[in-house]
Design a protein around this ligand. Structure first.
Ligand SMILES: [Zn+2]
Length: 342
């Protein structure tokens, strides 16, 4: 099969487009003929190499996958060959206490398709049957592949972790990112007031179209000052963080008393400081979040099929141009998802 893979870590140029062995499925797995694979910042980290994470090489990246079932294992009973499918990215053991409680994102053995195991930047990928999600028929393959990782991450952050309530104020950083554009929609769906930040006015206008109530251009405006102005000095109830070092101080300073900051990533760096006096006197909560559960993703898929949430595709590249797609995502000029068509 044709695949995009890398044999060593580095820049986009380590990605090669070549022949690879078609995966062999286990009895509880399906083989999917990939039609689209959406990129995430995770793909960039995996390609560059993460200290302490020995990713098996050569490696096929790609976590967000849509396609058709090409083959099923002997124990598979809930999907059939030829069926369109979207894959949940998180592959967990399915047997531990966390997994049986439905908290598969707490499983110690969990990984993502395209992370410690091969992913969807290829004609075929293997995945457990339980990772098969119903396909929303109102979507193209490119749109369908753009849903899972960012929507389940944003959902888990806002609902399971920050426990967002109707009428609350939410600051969504990086509205142009996949996770930011998902967060705006979810927060609006639950009746919150959304302040969105982005680095260009063009991205801010798109954020507004998704429902953002207030806009901050973080290149020309100071986030904490604008949040104070918009909220009459109160601050926001929830800050949706994934940017890291570049925005951390502003994020903390934007919280109302009793506010919650929830973070799922650190695209600009991991170093951050907290003034503990500020943390306890203002009774703030700092919350980490990782991926989401399959159950949350099932709910997201229902809302997508009903047209309540929609994936935002920025640009589609052919699989053979994966290196250009990685470079484009690295440039941060996108609004929404960068997708490979397979
Ligand atoms: Zn488990």
């Amino acid at each position: 099969m044709e695949a995009v893979l890398f044999r060593k870590h580095g820049g986009p140029d380590v990605l090669t487009y070549e022949d690879a062995l078609k995966p062999e499925i286990r009895p509880n797995e399906v083989l999917v003929r990939v039609r689209a694979c959406a990129l995430n910042h995770l793909d960039l980290w995996v390609r560059r190499g993460i200290p302490g994470v020995p990713i098996p090489l050569p490696h096929i990246p790609g976590s967000d996958i849509s396609g058709e079932i090409a083959q099923i294992g002997a124990e598979v009973s809930t999907v059939r060959v030829g069926q369109k499918v979207v894959l949940a990215p998180l592959v967990s053991c399915g047997k531990c206490a966390a997994c049986v409680a439905g908290l598969d994102n707490h499983c110690r053995q969990a990984t993502n398709l395209g992370y410690m195991i091969d992913g969807g930047c290829a004609e075929f990928v293997r995945a457990p049957e339980v990772n098969c999600l119903p396909y929303p028929e109102n979507l193209s393959f490119e749109e369908a592949a753009s849903i899972p990782l960012v929507f389940q991450t944003a959902w888990h952050m806002l609902l399971a972790r920050a426990e967002l309530q109707p009428g609350e104020d939410v600051l969504v950083l990086g509205a142009g990112s996949g996770v930011g554009s998902a967060a705006i929609q979810i927060a609006k769906f639950f009746g919150a007031r959304v302040i969105a930040t982005a680095g260009t006015d063009e991205k801010l206008q798109k954020a507004k179209q998704l429902g953002a109530d207030y806009l901050i251009n973080h290149k020309t405006q100071k986030i904490r000052d604008e949040v104070r102005r918009i909220t009459n000095k109160r601050g926001v109830d929830v800050v949706f963080e994934h940017v890291g070092t570049a925005t951390w101080d502003d994020s903390l300073a934007s919280l109302a008393a009793g506010g919650r900051l929830v973070t799922c990533g650190a695209t600009t760096g991991y170093d951050a400081k907290v003034d503990l006096r500020f943390l306890f006197t203002r009774q703030l909560s700092l919350l980490g979040s990782y991926m989401g559960t399959k159950s949350e993703l099932q709910t997201v898929m229902k809302l997508v099929a009903a047209g309540k949430l929609k994936p935002i595709v920025d640009r589609v590249f052919p699989l053979a141009e994966a290196a250009a797609a990685h470079a484009y995502l690295e440039s941060s000029s996108q609004f929404g998802k960068v997708v490979l068509k397979v």
